[in-house]
Design a protein around this ligand. Structure first.
Ligand SMILES: [Zn+2]
Length: 91
């Protein structure tokens, strides 16, 4: 199954996932995620796991876990992040 994803890290945009993962993403709540691969971005020392994550408002995006285990750990929808930044700047 193919999933269209907003990928601000590598620009891949389309990912092939299994049927089970596709169903999980489609029927999951916000923050539902499916592991896709390990990769290293430019300037990184090691590889991190990347996931397709569901945002109830903006659809699917590719991301890795930000923060530290047990502390601020989570995914950031780039569109939600942008909206939050705009709200902070305008107030
Ligand atoms: Zn969002």
């Amino acid at each position: 199954m193919k999933v269209c994803v907003h990928d601000s890290h590598f620009g891949i945009q389309k990912f092939e996932v299994s049927l089970v993962e596709w169903i999980k993403l489609h029927f999951g709540v916000d923050g539902t995620n499916v592991y896709v691969f390990h990769a290293r971005k430019q300037g990184w020392h090691g590889e991190l796991s990347f996931y397709i994550v569901k945002c109830g408002e903006h659809g699917y995006f590719l991301d890795y876990l930000h923060g530290f285990p047990g502390y601020n750990e989570g995914f950031n929808c780039p569109f939600c992040l942008e909206e939050t930044m705009e709200r902070l700047i305008n107030h």
